[in-house]
Ligand binder design. Sequence first.
Ligand code: PMV
Length: 357
Amino acid sequence: MSQQANEKRSGQVFWESPANIALVKYWGKLQGQIPMNPSLSFTLRESVVRIAMHYEKVGRGAGGLRTFRLNGQLNEKFQLRIGKYIESMKAHFAFLDNTALDIESKSTFPHSAGIASSAAAFSALAMALGSIENELAGREGKGSDFLQKASFAARLGSGSACRSVYGGFTVWGKSQHLEESSDDYAIKLHDADVHPVFRNLHDAVLIVDDTEKKVSSTAGHALMNGHDFRESRIAQAENNLGTMLQALKTGDEKIFVDIVENEALTLHGLMMSSRPGYILIKPGTIILIEKIRNFREKNNINLCFTLDAGPNIHLIYMDKDAEKVRSFIRQELLPLCKNGHWVDDGVGSGPIQKQIE
Ligand code: PMV
């Protein structure tokens, strides 16, 4: 440890981190935020959270979150959730015991876009904790150990956040199809395992409804415990992951489309068949799905939809089809979106160190 590192008593780190969209869904968890099944996602480009984390050495045992500001305002709800998270991180980042944090956060998510921002937020927080740990230890570098720890720490904030610390395609959850996979953190797929046709996928997030959903993901995960289809879902996800990995590698667009839509409809089927069952999709969701499927059939273009735990459609399409699909979006889909609202997103390259503006 260098002399300078020993003397460092305060400082500030900045991170910008994106959300991700799952193609094979994580749904259901075990004790300790361990996923019931493996999942696969790609990291987005436009939907990001930026944070500035200021740290200052304080007395032993006096460390923790001091203030949390969202878009310049103190925010009690987040202060509470993030305060608890930082508390839980003391077991993994020893410096937190005697370090106070003041966090400033900004989200570039269009207002009420219906895209979960927790993956972006918790991955940014985890990257920042890792950076401070490095600074205090006089270490440099953001290699694979750094990212693995950040992914591990992000997972404990919000499961799917662990997939946001890498750009491109990531897998979280132990699978027989991927030797390096783990329940504790996500791993990034190598470029060689992703065919060029999928490397620059687009994701048009079509807003059907932007009101807050009635059943949270936390409650939804919990309902998987006694679910009638629990075991078959676990087996299905494992199979779908294996088939998806193969399709991604070989560039098989048809299988890709099949799996993505099967996973989206399964997720919502599982919600509907929970006890009690609930429905998050809206009539507008179904209308958009029909339009998308008709367009695919008529034009022989392999676009597909997926859904998060909400009613909004993620329309996934290949870069080579972008021109045709964009005019379809503009002419036929945007008139059906709430206030014509959508987000033009796609595969991104992961978190970056960037000052908050
Ligand atoms: O990370 P959580 O607890 O918000 O759960 C996310 C679950 C889904 O978005 C529905 C699927 C996924 O794999 O991201």
